[in-house]
Design a protein around this ligand. Structure first.
Ligand code: ADP
Ligand code: MG
Length: 595
């Protein structure tokens, strides 16, 4: 066997395998080039999921005739002036255009600013033509057709046209988030056209709000924090603004969208208890790092980076997020509540201790914070407290002893049921408890033949969703049916829900469908919904449950407690938090220093 030197064509195709994984990678490279060229306006048009056509037009600096020929040659770049240690542009490898030209038909047309003429060059599966004059406005237009025609093996691996179209949208969204000063438009026969007007340097939140939707603006906390030479800015959603997966957590390093595990870890550490463990906040963070502190040359697609000091970056992220959460007031209130519960638990559930071991000082310390929080809280919500008090319809003579969860005496804050037990009191979180009950009922119905009983909606509910979510749900429609949910695609951007699980009552169908789409997005296509029934049933139960904030009648409260007693696992909600807490009379007496 003799060693041969590979032809430039083969070399380019090998590189293309890594640089151009799918149509969205082409869009990413071309839009990055336009951004690097200083464009203020970038238009992206696609057809056939990008396989038939991708056209990116910009009004940037443009190229002269000589540069055109170099631009499509491998390892030719105008960007690496400062060496690999000082990369200030999105591109630097000089291989995108060469790679794309080797696996597709590429037409590159450009007119330099200040020049009267434009030129065009064509590359056809690696064969480069000669530049010829063309009439055009200043800027650059790149047209890629028949992507992967020269590499049929890769073509076979493409997903559906819709999936590729969606991936392109996501790519443009990411880049547009990082560059609010640039106007982006995205159009084509395979999609609904979108236009993102330029917003100016302070319009960052406008751009994020446009892209993230769902009222992000109202729920966004501004982030601005620095450590040494590193600065973190951006916006993070309040803990109440959460989603079923982490797809809406974006990190940009020096304007470059990256996927980095560091972000997920920092978000988890910072949001911690503020958010249910299976929910994810929405955020877009922008890290500005001196080029020498970060290596972006980790992967040909440049989607990963490596920090010189990852610990510093992580600490900065966690610190900045925690600071914002504290400023938003959630941390303080939550912390007070946690401390209170802990203090109660300590006295309520810990085995009795000798007074000597329980220093009086320590006891006060534990209470100082929550006591204050309760006092300052009172005037504001006193009215609501009074209104929320429902005198129990005195089933006082009921056989209290036979009922571990006691007799309901009151509902507080339209959220908690207070019940009197034989030797103490129980406080039930009505939403958490009901959620568990619905969940167990759903699972029982699923186990039974015939699946979950369905209820036909007189008027189908139309739920608007991103196209990729519509796709996912539609492809899983047959699997959702036994779960009691009958839906179908309704145009590209919505699903029509025709039947819902009868158990869920008149819940929030739109919210349920959106969360299910998130849940399904987490699964790969090979995983059956049946394998993830717990998570799916959990999502459903959450939406079918009595929300906090609903006034319950005494009979309803009683029914809830009785069903809890009869249901396994009812002491914990499906997110692992307790559904009720119990205080024995002896514990209460101890709290008041009577014992
Ligand atoms: P890189 O971006 O890594 O330099 P590319 O293959 O993507 O490599 O592009 C090669 C060169 O072509 C760039 O360095 C740049 O000089 C030029 N170029 C590409 N696209 C554009 C554009 N839209 N406007 C102006 N110049 C461009
Ligand atoms: Mg490039």
């Amino acid at each position: 066997m003799s060693i041969r030197r590979l032809s430039p064509e083969t070399i380019n195709r090998i590189a293309a395998g890594e640089v151009v994984e799918r149509p969205a990678s082409v869009v990413k490279e071309l839009v990055e080039n336009a951004i690097d060229a200083g464009a203020t306006r970038i238009e992206v048009a696609t057809a056939g999921g990008g396989l038939a056509l991708i056209r990116v037009t910009d009004d940037g600096a443009g190229m002269g005739a000589d540069d055109l020929a170099l631009a499509v040659e491998r390892h030719c770049t105008s960007k690496l002036d400062g060496g690999l240690e000082a990369i200030g542009t999105l591109g630097f490898r000089g291989e995108a255009l060469a790679s794309i030209g080797s696996v597709a038909r590429l037409a590159l047309a450009s007119r330099q600013r200040g020049s009267a003429d434009g030129f065009e060059i064509a590359v056809d599966g690696g064969a480069v033509g000669d530049p010829r004059p063309v009439a055009m406005a200043p800027g650059t237009r790149v047209e890629v057709t028949d992507l992967f025609f020269a590499t049929p093996a890769r073509l076979k691996f493409m997903k559906s046209e819709r999936a590729e179209t969606a991936a392109i949208t996501e790519t443009v969204r990411r880049l547009a988030m990082a560059h609010p000063e640039i106007r982006f438009s995205l159009s084509g026969a395979d999609r609904t056209a979108t236009d993102l007007p330029a917003t100016g340097p302070n319009g960052w939140l406008d751009r994020l709000d446009r892209i993230l939707g769902n009222g992000f603006r109202a729920d966004a906390m501004a982030i601005d924090s620095g450590r040494g030479p590193i600065r973190l800015t951006g916006f993070a959603g309040l803990p109440t603004h959460h989603r079923g997966n982490a797809a809406q957590q974006y990190l940009f390093v020096n304007g470059r969208p990256v996927r980095d595990k560091l972000l997920a870890g920092a978000v988890r550490a910072a949001y911690g208890d503020f958010i249910p463990h299976d929910r994810h906040p929405v955020l877009a963070l922008f890290l500005d790092v001196p080029p020498a502190e970060v290596d972006v040359n980790v992967h040909p697609a440049k989607a990963e980076v490596r920090f010189r000091d990852p610990g510093l970056v992580r600490a900065l992220m966690i610190g900045a997020l925690r600071e914002a959460l504290a400023a938003a007031g959630h941390r303080a209130s939550d912390r007070g509540a946690t401390a209170m519960i802990e203090a109660l638990r300590r006295s309520a559930f810990a085995p009795p201790q000798a007074p000597a071991a329980r220093g009086a000082e320590r006891g006060w310390e534990g209470f100082a914070e929550p006591a204050q929080a309760v006092l300052t809280d009172l005037p504001r919500s006193a009215d609501r407290r009074a209104a929320a008090y429902v005198p129990a319809a005195a089933p006082a003579a009921a056989p209290v002893a036979a009922q571990p969860l006691g007799v309901p005496r009151a509902q507080l804050h339209e959220t908690y049921i207070v019940a009197e037990t034989e030797d103490g009191l129980v406080v039930v979180d009505q939403h958490a408890a009901h959620e568990r009950l619905v969940y167990e009922r759903l699972k029982a119905a699923l186990a039974a033949d015939g699946g979950v009983p369905r209820q036909i909606l007189l008027i189908p509910e139309i739920v608007e969703l991103p196209e990729e979510d519509v796709d996912r749900l539609a492809s899983r429609a047959a699997e959702l049916q036994p779960l009691g949910l009958v839906l179908e695609a309704f145009g590209p951007g919505a699903v029509a829900v025709r039947e819902v699980p009868g158990l869920l009552g008149h819940g929030d169908t739109a919210g349920l469908v959106r969360d299910l789409a998130d849940e399904i997005a987490e699964l790969d296509t090979a995983t059956l919904l049946a394998d993830r029934l717990d998570a799916i049933a959990g999502t459903m139960a959450c939406h079918g449950s009595v929300r906090a904030g609903r006034r319950l009648r005494p009979e309803e409260m009683d029914a809830l407690l009785r069903e809890m007693e009869a249901t396994p696992h009812s002491g914990q909600c499906i997110h692992g938090r307790p559904t009720y807490i119990e205080l024995k009379l002896s514990d209460i007496e101890r709290l008041f220093g009577r014992r």
